[in-house]
Design a protein around this ligand. Structure first.
Ligand SMILES: [Zn+2]
Length: 1011
């Protein structure tokens, strides 16, 4: 046979594009359109009731509407003629969409005159159902969300902030028509779409491919292009045998899950996500009503709560489908958060609040984590998610790796403590699939575990304002359920997939450690104020809960349930995977900063008030210690008078740090350290007087600020591309250098440097008795596309560094032996990085920095040393052109830390500074004895019982046993999971009347103290 492949394939494409798809909706009449522009076009959204009462003016088709972020209400009126044999009548609206993006632009929500919601309108989903013979009386709330990403990728834009976005209308109303949806044409389009998509993925030598090609050619021969409607049925008859050929029980099986990935904020503000969720859920519930085969999964309890509050009628429809098992809450989290930077207790609360919401509203506990899009997954997660009721984990983001291909799609993932969780990466490599032939084939061929197992999951549906799954996607699913040559598609819930996948792959391989994303490494640093607010609020929440619980148990004040619940939700929402990572528009980060500031003020007031109640009326100065370790003789989780001598607090003059000058060099000597600072303001020696060892490698200098050009190839706020290292400017010029000894006897060196358009003031403080040099920096930052780092070389020969993560730390190599090691040139750490040789070690701790790197260098005298660098600031220009401009403050410290526990303590301490108040000592609610464990939270049980939850973990990576002694009446102590459900004791022993907890390395354990 002659090869006519391209001839027929091109024919299929042209007929589908130019004749068949446009013939699906046959126009009947234009509708009459009126418009009301909220606030003249720039106002904030209003309640539907207000809009429905407004005065509408005639609005011609083709007219412009919508300055960025404005809302226009359209009123559509007309009459529906009697039923048409060809198919149902529908209104078709085109708000002026660009043809290249399924979401990310204008959207609408259609209402009836009584304010009830019909469905959403999105670029690929612009139809509204109507009843034959009725009048049309519809309102469309159209949001002029600007298209920021696809049209001009990564160019700086002022559209991301309302005040700078301008008044220019962005859209033209292109269509508002009554149409007939021609069922025969619509079905023929689906037949051709599926068979054509399948054909193009089959090998050229496959007989099935030729069969499909010739069959589709015959079908087009039957189609009269002058009478598409009248001949579509005949064409479909030619295709029927091709669609009837079965796969015969073989091949890849796909669990298709209806979904819409809706970022809780990103290229739009949080307030717009509230509406995006309403539009998408309105679409989905309508589709669920019409198509009994659809199952839809939605994550993020926050998004359910928004809907419940703002569109209760849509929420009611959602709840009905949840009860029927077809609208499936998934993920178990408050939002799809970042997991690199979120602190331990906050990570717990993402699940605790999320799962509690789903239980309270629907009686459901999610069994799978759903994080398709977060930027890497911490090695602490397996333990956390298992204890939060989730034995299953889903993401696909690691397919975005720049360099290394992850070896599995289905595997067991093992975390720092050894907990394993059954994990799946959908091999379709997207979370917004359309179920096209190309996607289905890619899922099957890309699947790296084939041969061992043959099932994978495909999330399908347009996200981020695309409206979710469409009926066209359901047509594809229906045709590929059992079709020769195609993977077999079944629509089902994530839980059904995981049950099948786990049973099908009992010996799935194991991956140990983090799921590092080899991309988006700049997200540990971008939008520094957002990072700072998160870190600060996480620690203030810890303090507030601790002292409010202590006060409640002591009968001094009721626990502020509503207030702390509300503040936790602020912090949890802003841990969403485009807010905390710094990848949202200016509007989002401005609001985040305001929200953090308000939360900090409330928390400070709460802490101060509760401490005043606890300390009572005494006149003694007492020191408050909210850390889990003793500080200056003050017990953890309590407050005590300052011991008279032998500690760093309450320094006598004779313990003051001595300052000597030698030329331009300063030598600061305390009772434990000697620090040398040269004329450039750099630390050239830091000697631990006990052992005589210098932390700073010979010939190097620490606390060196360095600037690098930072212009990644794309994804500006997200990416730090490795070539940034190729150019560097050391900031060694000094504009001013001062030294002083303060009232506490601490030596304080202040160095001011001017560079570019910016100024940095560095402070180095050596306190009596402290085995650390405290550093602070205040920057007036006006650079562009530049990253600011601070380098701290340390004379430690170590192949690994320990980086703090949730409830423990992760060790990563300091070398670049493999491509996997080399790709981790920028990594996330929480409060500390620690490097050690046996008997000696150094930590760098910080108050609000997440981006870190450790490099390895040859020492002149033999061996190697390491350089720790903190990423302090960036200045990318997309999506926020003003990212990080202005004033910033950061604190960090170089700590002599022989054991990793020293790093843990110092990390807590810099984030939870002691408070000094007057009054009487405050006894901790629980006293710990024996080994070493860190109490991460003391809080009331969520169930309102008055029970106290104490959460602790083993922080060194060792085994330990601790005794716990409550200082209040406790009826019973039981072990609970993170959802506060009682579990079989795994470490807790109360047999002899005392409470002993035995912990494995990094084990996380929660206790319920029943009162
Ligand atoms: Zn996302």
């Amino acid at each position: 046979m002659h090869d006519r492949r391209s001839l027929i394939e091109d024919r299929i494409t042209r007929v589908l594009t130019e004749r068949l798809r446009p013939a699906v909706h046959r126009p009947v009449a234009d509708l009459t359109v009126g418009a009301w522009h909220v606030g003249g076009g720039r106002g904030e959204p209003v309640a539907p009731a207000q809009a429905l009462r407004a005065h509408y003016e005639a609005f011609p088709i083709g007219a412009a509407w919508g300055p960025a972020w404005g809302t226009t209400w359209f009123h559509l009126t007309g009459t529906v003629p009697p039923a048409d044999d060809a198919g149902p009548h529908e209104v078709v609206v085109d708000l002026g969409w660009a043809p290249h993006s399924s979401g990310f632009q204008a959207e609408g929500l259609a209402y009836r005159p009584d304010g009830s919601v019909v469905k959403g309108l999105n670029p690929m989903n612009g139809w509204i159902p109507v009843e034959p013979g009725n009048t049309i009386d519809l309102y469309v709330e159209a949001a002029a969300n600007p298209l920021l990403l696809q049209a001009h990728p990564f160019l700086p834009t002022e559209l991301g902030e309302k005040s700078s976005a301008g008044d220019r209308p962005l859209y033209r109303l292109a269509r508002a028509q009554l149409c007939v949806r021609d069922t025969a044409v619509w079905e023929l389009v689906a037949d051709l779409d599926v068979l054509d998509g399948l054909m193009r993925e089959l090998p050229a030598q496959d007989g099935r491919r030729t069969e499909l090609l010739l069959g589709m050619g015959r079908a087009l021969d039957r189609l009269d292009l002058a009478d598409v409607s009248g001949t579509a049925g005949a064409a479909a008859t030619e295709l029927a045998p091709l669609l009837a050929r079965r796969a015969g029980g073989t091949g890849h099986r796909i669990s298709a899950v209806g979904h819409a990935h809706i970022d809780s904020a990103w290229l739009w503000p949080v307030r717009e996500t509230v509406r995006k969720v309403a539009r998408t859920v309105a679409n989905v519930t309508h589709l669920l009503d019409e198509h009994p085969q659809l199952v839809y999964a939605m994550s993020s309890a926050q998004q359910y709560e928004w809907l419940e509050e703002h569109r209760p009628e849509v929420f009611e429809r959602l709840a009905q489908h949840v009860a029927a098992g077809r609208f499936v809450p998934t993920g178990g989290m408050w939002v799809e958060s970042d997991t690199n930077m979120v602190g331990g207790e906050a990570m717990v609360r993402q699940f605790l609040l999320g799962q509690r919401y789903f239980r309270e509203k629907f009686g459901i506990t999610c069994r799978e984590v759903w994080l398709p899009d977060s930027f890497g997954y911490s090695a602490a997660l397996p333990q956390i998610v298992r204890q939060a009721g989730c034995p299953h984990f889903l993401t696909q983001k690691i397919s975005w790796n720049q360099q290394n291909v992850f070896p599995h799609h289905t595997f067991r993932w093992e975390g720092i403590d050894g907990t394993r969780v059954f994990t799946h990466f959908p091999p379709v490599d997207t979370y917004t699939a359309e179920l096209t032939g190309r996607e289905l084939a890619h899922a099957a061929t890309n699947f790296r575990d084939k041969g061992a197992t043959d099932v994978s999951l495909v999330p399908f549906g347009y996200g981020d304002g695309g409206g979710g799954p469409t009926r066209e996607m359901l047509q594809r699913a229906a045709r590929t359920g059992d079709l020769a040559g195609s993977p077999r598609v079944t629509i089902e819930a994530p839980a059904d997939f995981f049950a099948r996948a786990e049973a099908d792959y009992p010996d799935a391989p194991v991956w140990v450690g983090e799921l590092y994303l080899e991309l988006h490494r700049g997200t540990y640093t971008s939008q520094a104020r957002t990072k700072e607010g998160n870190r600060r609020c996480e620690h203030l929440l810890r303090e507030a809960e601790l002292w409010a619980t202590t006060a409640a148990v002591r009968g001094l004040a009721d626990y502020p349930v509503e207030q702390l619940g509300r503040l936790w939700k602020v912090v949890l929402l802003q841990q969403f995977h485009d807010i905390l990572p710094g990848s949202s528009i200016a509007w989002v980060h401005r609001e985040a900063a305001d929200n953090y500031a308000a939360a900090e003020a409330e928390l400070e007031e709460l802490i101060t008030g509760r401490l005043a109640l606890l300390a009572g009326h005494g006149d003694d100065e007492i020191v408050v210690n909210a850390t889990p370790f003793e500080v200056s003789g003050v017990p953890p989780l309590g407050a005590a008078t300052v011991p008279a001598a032998g500690t760093a607090v309450g320094t006598a003059a004779d313990r003051a740090v001595r300052v000597e000058r030698a030329g331009g060099t300063l030598v600061l000597t305390s009772d434990v350290l000697q620090v040398t600072i040269d004329e450039r303001g750099l630390v050239t020696a830091l000697v631990d007087l006990a052992g005589g060892r210098d932390v700073i490698p010979e010939g190097t200098a620490a606390n060196l600020l360095q600037l690098h050009q930072d212009f990644p190839n794309k994804w500006d706020a997200w990416d730090l591309d490795e070539f940034y290292r190729n150019t560097v400017r050391d900031l060694t010029d000094v504009d001013d250098l001062q030294v002083a000894v303060d009232a506490d006897g601490a030596a304080v060196v202040t160095v001011r440097r001017v560079f570019g358009a910016s100024t940095a003031t560095q402070t180095m403080t050596l306190r009596p008795g402290a085995r650390q040099l405290d550093c602070a920096i205040e920057v007036e930052w006006h650079e562009r596309e530049t990253v600011l780092k601070v380098g701290l070389p340390v004379d430690v020969h170590a192949t690994e560094a320990a980086y703090e993560t949730q409830f423990g730390h992760l060790r990563r190599p300091t070398h670049t032996n493999t491509s996997w090691d080399a790709a981790r040139f920028e990594v996330c750490a929480h409060r500390f990085v620690h490097l050690a040789e046996p008997g000696f070690g150094v930590a760098v701790v910080n108050s609000a920095t997440y981006g870190h790197e450790v490099t390895r260098h040859e020492s002149p005298g033999g061996g190697t040393f390491s350089t720790v660098r903190l990423s302090l600031l960036r200045a990318p220009r997309f999506p926020d052109p003003q990212t990080d401009q202005g004033r910033h403050r950061r604190r960090y410290a170089l700590v002599v830390a022989p054991d990793v526990l020293d790093a843990v303590r110092a990390g807590y301490r810099i984030n939870l500074p002691e408070r000094r108040i007057t009054g009487a000592p405050v006894e901790p609610l629980v006293l710990l004895g024996g080994g070493t464990a860190a109490v991460e939270a003391v809080k009331p049980a969520e169930d309102g019982s008055g029970d106290v939850i104490v959460r602790l973990y083993e922080p060194r990576g060792a085994r330990t046993a601790v005794t716990i002694q409550p200082t209040f009446a406790v009826r019973e102590v039981v072990q609970v999971d993170l959802l506060e459900d009682q579990v079989e004791p795994d470490g807790l022993d109360t047999r002899d009347g005392s409470i002993t907890v035995r912990l494995r390395p990094f084990q996380l354990l929660s206790l319920r103290l029943r009162r």
